[in-house]
Design a protein around this ligand. Structure first.
Ligand SMILES: Nc1ncnc2c1ncn2[C@@H]1O[C@H](COP(=O)(O)OP(=O)(O)OP(=O)(O)O)[C@@H](O)[C@H]1O
Length: 235
């Protein structure tokens, strides 16, 4: 079953075609990586999916429903969760309080406490529960944001550069997390770290100048001449 689709999705900023006429389909349960050179339109594309910005043209369909005009918070209620390059944690609240706030969208009482603990353990932050979020490293703030997404048991989790700022050992932990979610949670992963992409993704979509340049398995994308030329600079 297809969980998320776009048809003719486009976003122009003044004269610039940041995303142009993108037809995209993401089956339920898949881990999809979205890659492409700097400025290819990846963040703009996922912002259109989440409702952070409005499209110039085209539609976004989630679970069979046209959500193109739905505000961002209603998309969250339908089961979309996302983290962006700029962290949105509350710096003066503790790690636990940040996740508990996100959990309150759907849970109360002990269920909320347990879900909060579980999400923090999933991302490996169980040792920092009472630390102020603002005192965490950038990488740990990204993991905290992922926990804030996970605690909502999303149907679609969109992660924009989740490994940026993480140490190698933490990237290993992140990959284990993705593996543990694979199958239940559909994941769209915008990522520059190619080794993460190649290991974590079932399928890869390559954007270039706002358009889909290629789509396929990690092996197919690695072997694709157009991708090598545009993205890896080796064509
Ligand atoms: N709010 C905006 N106003 C004007 N131009 C924008 C805006 N947001 C993005 N752009 C432009 O749209 C294009 C696509 O940007 P976008 O951030 O989506 O690319 P990206 O693939 O996510 O890049 P990166 O890998 O560097 O994060 C770029 O040329 C960018 O400068």
């Amino acid at each position: 079953m297809t969980l998320l689709s776009t048809r003719g999705l486009s976003k122009r900023f003044a004269g610039l075609h940041a995303v142009e006429n993108v037809d995209f389909d993401l089956p339920q349960g898949q881990v999809r990586a979205l890659i492409g050179p700097n400025g290819a339109g990846k963040t703009t594309f996922v912002s259109l999916l989440c409702g952070r910005i409005a499209p110039t043209q085209g539609t976004v369909i989630f679970d069979g429903r046209d959500i193109s005009r739905l505000p961002a918070h209603k998309r969250i209620n339908l089961g979309m969760a996302y983290t962006f390059q700029i962290t949105s944690v509350f710096a003066n609240l503790t790690v636990t309080e940040n996740v508990a706030l996100a959990a309150r969208r759907r849970l109360r009482g002990m269920a909320m406490v347990q879900a909060t603990e579980q999400a923090l353990a999933q991302v490996g932050l169980e040792g920092r529960l009472d630390q102020n979020a603002g005192d965490l490293s950038y990488g740990h703030q990204r993991l905290l944001e992922i926990a804030m997404g996970l605690v909502q048991h999303p149907r679609l989790l969109i992660l924009d550069e989740p490994t940026q700022g993480l140490a190698d050992s933490e990237i290993e932990g992140f990959m284990a997390l993705i593996r543990s979610l694979a199958g239940h949670t559909t994941i769209l992963l915008v990522e520059h770290n190619m080794s993460v992409v190649m290991q974590a993704a079932d399928q890869i979509t390559v954007l270039n100048f706002g358009q889909i340049l290629a789509q396929g398995s990690p092996d197919e994308i690695r072997a694709d001449r157009a991708v090598q030329a545009a993205y890896l600079g080796t064509g």
